[in-house]
Design a protein around this ligand. Structure first.
Ligand SMILES: C[S@@+](CC[C@H](N)C(=O)[O-])C[C@H]1O[C@@H](n2cnc3c(N)ncnc32)[C@H](O)[C@@H]1O
Length: 393
């Protein structure tokens, strides 16, 4: 067996013993909302517009695990066909039961397949979700290249990979467990890790970090195992992340947690430095944030395959011709106080409320403005920037 095969086998074994994520199965649609799994919301966020009609929508959930994301992808995209692939038969079995109980099994196909073998699916996908998987491959670059090869032109991909610096304590504990407990017996590794955490000094840095940041997530052994006894993990810095992206030939379309990356989050009290930072090339701005915030433990981002049409919403005549539609990701509408797509509180002005009420998808922006004479084009553009409305073109 080659090293690559041995790694893949070990990863498969881990997820057969501890299928991930260990979310309970429920009947009916999954609770809550994650806009990253709603293809029009992701498209609008990444490119600034949505098409009038989607046509065929094929979605791939690459490394779907027990199907939590797959289930949301099917429910939030009610016309889509969703394919989930994974190495682990145990995880796939749970995923199958999940989508059956939630009522979307007829639009979901689950298959045991390695991510690097996706060309075997003989299908192109308009959207690929690959969360928490690439960093467990022996060769993540090969994995991302394979996914890029089945992404349709103009298609989008959402990926999540681990970041190096915020996982420092995790990596130390992984090492300690591996020293004390021969790898491969995952339940024994979990028991060893729990024992160490229980008996190391309370002020030990690894113990403190586990208690303050991860313990709630790690109540279940499956999550603990995923974190501390994983046989394969490659962590990224901003620099190596951008090398991974460049190798794939895909375009970087932005982090899907943009508030985290706002320079103002850390530099607002230092306006001169903020201005200097804002003048840096984009990747260097991210490297600065990475340097200043050692909590960074993952990257989540959108990629796209050319040709990609960006619409920044600043061109007045183009905006006037677009059709505004209220984002379906708003909680609390109709009303003045909402939660936006990212669960952030929004207080609408009366004019904004009136504008939103008219964004039903049957009028163009100039027609909406004619109906709300007190509103301006700038207010429409602002609503679009805040993802409260989408522009269809
Ligand atoms: C941490 S879990 C993530 C599951 C799911 N994407 C989520 O976010 O909840 C990683 C999953 O990737 C799968 N996986 C790892 N390497 C893989 C590969 N080469 N091909 C397909 N699946 C793989 C594992 O079996 C596991 O189910």
């Amino acid at each position: 067996m080659t090293d690559t095969n041995a790694i893949t086998q070990a990863v498969q074994n881990l997820y057969n013993v501890y299928p991930f994520p260990p979310e309970p199965l429920t009947d009916g649609a999954p609770p809550g909302y994650n806009w990253r799994w709603c293809v029009p919301a992701a498209h609008h966020f990444a490119l600034g517009w949505v098409p009038h009609a989607w046509g065929e929508l094929n979605i791939l959930d690459a490394g779907c695990g027990t199907g939590v994301g797959t289930d949301y992808l099917a429910h939030l995209n009610p016309t889509a066909q969703v394919t989930g692939i994974d190495l682990s038969p145990a995880a796939l079995g749970i995923a199958q039961e999940r989508v059956a109980r939630s009522g979307v099994a007829h639009r979901v196909t689950l298959q045991q397949l390695s991510l690097t073998d996706v060309p075997q699916l003989s299908q192109q996908y308009q959207y690929i979700n690959c969360v928490g998987v690439l960093h467990h491959l022996p060769d993540p670059k090969a994995g991302l290249r394979a996914l890029a090869g089945v992404l349709a032109p103009g298609g989008l991909m959402h990926i999540f990979v681990y970041a190096l610096w915020g996982r420092w304590e995790i990596r130390r504990m992984q090492k300690a467990i591996a020293c004390l407990q021969p790898p491969g017996d995952y339940p024994a590794g979990v028991a060893m890790g729990r024992r160490l955490f229980a008996h190391l000094p309370a002020d030990n840095r690894l113990v403190r970090r586990e208690r303050e940041r991860w313990a709630l997530d790690n109540i279940q052994d499956a999550t603990f195992a995923d974190m501390y006894v994983h046989p394969q993990e490659i962590d990224y810095t901003v620099q190596t992340l951008f090398e991974l992206i460049a190798d794939s030939g895909l375009a970087f379309l932005g982090f899907s947690n943009p508030r985290y990356w706002r320079l103002e989050r850390l530099l607002a009290p230092l306006p001169e430095l903020l201005q200097t930072a804002q003048g840096l090339p984009q990747q260097q701005q991210y490297e600065l944030m990475e340097a200043l915030d050692p909590e960074l433990s993952h990257f989540e981002l959108f990629l796209g395959r050319q040709p990609l049409a960006h619409f920044d919403g600043s061109e007045a005549t183009l905006v006037q011709q677009a059709t505004p539609v209220r984002s379906p990701c708003l909680m609390g509408w109709p009303g003045r106080s909402l939660l936006d797509y990212d669960y952030q509180a929004v207080d609408l002005t009366p004019v904004e409320q009136e504008l939103l009420a008219r964004c039903e998808g049957d009028l163009r922006v100039n027609e909406v403005l004619a109906q709300v004479p007190s509103a301006t084009l700038e207010q429409v553009q602002d609503l679009q920037k805040r993802q409260l409305i989408w522009l269809k073109r």
